[in-house]
Design a protein around this ligand. Structure first.
Ligand SMILES: [Zn+2]
Ligand SMILES: [Zn+2]
Length: 147
């Protein structure tokens, strides 16, 4: 822990985000509505992890800075579920929900710190059976030496 590290500024009017490979970048107005941790099976498969962390905002709040043409979309045929990802690196990126009324921002795609914390966990009846045990397990700052 460094005592000299400045505190992250969580009050910026606009935040930037993008994908891991750097192809796609965007800017979003810092006006967030809801923030949900989604435990549904689709989000588990999509992220390869236990849940998705999605922030909801108005569609007009986003400005694409680069790589918009590199975004691929997927719409689930039967469930209220869609997503967007970089066709080069697979990172999750903002997308419109099916009704087109909300822009959904994967929280991990934001580069900047922000103040909002999740409002709720949803679809908890589908929660990964290993999540709680995993979070309460041993903790390391890096790979443990046995790897
Ligand atoms: Zn990418
Ligand atoms: Zn979900």
């Amino acid at each position: 822990m460094s005592i000299n590290k400045p505190k992250d500024d969580v009050s910026k009017a606009t935040l930037t985000g993008g994908c891991l490979c750097g192809e796609v970048t965007y800017q979003v107005n810092h006006q967030f509505d809801n923030f949900y941790i989604c435990h549904c099976r689709q989000c588990q498969q999509l992220t390869g992890s236990a849940f998705a962390a999605n922030i909801f905002t108005a569609p007009e709040n986003v400005t694409w800075l680069s790589g918009h043409e590199a975004i691929s979309n997927y719409n689930h045929p039967s469930r209220e579920f869609s997503n967007a990802f970089c066709s080069k690196c697979g990172s999750a990126l903002p997308f419109l929900n099916k009704s087109g009324q909300s822009l959904i921002i994967p929280a991990g795609s934001l580069f900047d710190a922000f103040e909002k914390i999740p409002d709720a966990s949803i679809f908890v009846n589908e929660e990964a059976p290993w999540l709680k045990a995993g979070l309460s397990g041993e903790k390391f700052d890096n790979f443990p030496s046995k790897i």
